[in-house]
Design a protein around this ligand. Sequence first.
Ligand code: BG6
Length: 609
Amino acid sequence: MCGIVGYVGKANATDILLEGLEKLEYRGYDSGGIAVSGRDGVVVEKAKGRLTALREKLDRDGRPDGTVGIGHTRWATHGEPSDANAHPHRSGRVTVVHNGIIENYLSLRQRLIQKGYEFSTETDTEVVAQYLDYYYQKNHDPLTSIIKVLHRVEGAYALGILFKDHPDTLYAVRKDAPLIVGKGKEGNNLIASDATALLKHTRDVYYLENNEIAVLTADSIGFFNVDGDPVEKEESRIDWDESAAEKGGYEHFMLKEMYEQPKTIRDTLNPRIKDGNVVIEELGMTDEEIRNVGRIHIVACGSAYHTGVTGKYVFEGMCRIPVEVDLASEFRYRDPILGEKDLVIVISQSGETADSLEALRITKAAGIMTLGIVNVVGSSIAREADKVMYTWAGPEIAVATTKAYSAQLIALYLLAIRFGQALGTVDAKATASMISELKRLPDQIELLLNNKEKIQNFANHYLAAQHIFFIGRGIDYAIAMEGSLKLKEISYIHSEAYAAGELKHGTISLIEEGTLVNAIVTQDALFAKTVSNMVEVKSRGAFVMAVTNEGNTEIENTADLVIYIPQTNRFFTDSLAIIPLQLFAYYVSVGRGCDVDKPRNLAKSVTVE
Ligand code: BG6
């Protein structure tokens, strides 16, 4: 979704807004714009395309001068990417930037047209600017005007607002879209869609709750609810530092984040290993409460959903507890059958994905226990779930997730071991052996990352591929799903993942001479079965690359290329086998000249439906 930033203080707002937008560009990059309040009133500058286009325009036309401003980087939903549809949007004395969707914008638009307003864009956001202006003309009070509008608009929104008559003040509002307020040093205050845009200035923040309004000046920050009553808020401190949101010398954030996976796994694992045992304090469930859990539902989107699929195999295999895995966008509308003793686990890197957040709310409304596995501290899912287990991956900037995916797997493994202990399916000996295998994963991943040349050379043969398939059985099928998604996300090559046993029921018709099939073969019990599926596609002319455990050399009789991963517990192979698949996708993307970190049409967290 979009990224918004705002600043009020002593410094030149334009510089600070552009820096903040650069940090937020992974949220959407269809257009960029700023509005700065200064001697010349509120000056708006915006341009279609990347922020570079906006910078070029500012270099050409001059930079607005002022110490108060708002900025926006767009992921288009309503109205194509264009200069006109770019934010900020102005109406009369009001200028607005918006992240989210105004669902009833068409009816509001009609009402305003009847009141004589004319519209010049296709966006839903313009309605907000026009309606604010309508009420401001009536009562000349920003807060009252904002409250009036909030009572009329439906949907999700984070707004940054400037009123021409109040040049020293920045207004912000939030409902179902992320927005945090940064308390800067000595008379500098900020708003932003996420912490990465604030870290250069402050780590002291306020998390806006739904329907809260913030009023910022250089020296004060006030909060109000939708009735206009002042609200006291607690300050929080972010423990990420600025460098965490930098590339650190890597060519791409994705490559940096891939190389951060060993550290991410240690940071997510070690706080939950105490005296050789798995201790998940934040779970806060006794053995008996765990034994009372009737069924687990895992709900998520994108790559987080894929960790959920792996989670199902791990929980059912290790704990013999039934697990359902759902795409959040399906779960929220299928009226799921939830037992009162069930546990719903919502997995999300950003903690703001709209479908996952809504799935959580539906579950809570049904009185069912919820656990969030989340990476962004203070995000909506983290704050609204009954329990939250953080994945300590730090800020993840690349749109295609890698380190957060790996941390989510670790969280699921730890939960499964904890449940297995309570259910009596995992004894102390098994716990000790699994803990030592988990602790070996970071070094094993480092090894795989450092042997990247073989994958890089292999990837360079497939830069022009039209179709690439991934196959696997059991947990390997879940790994294949993620491998395929990584490739699609950043290389735009059509790719599918299939349960290997399903091929012969139709899909094998797609295999022709030279088609690349990546087979994931890490489950020893399914080794022979998967190899026979490899033989099937080979007989149709496919080139087969296999990812398998060290020692499985007989696979070389079938596969054209073999990538070996170090031995580990059968439940943990995903954490190793995904590495060569991440590298494959990365080098195909780089080879095709794609924008690895900001792939077309995608965004890091989708806060709209
Ligand atoms: C997509 C991201 O927008 O959302 C994916 O590009 C991600 O990488 C998916 O897996 C789900 O996001 P989240 O934040 O809920 O894990």
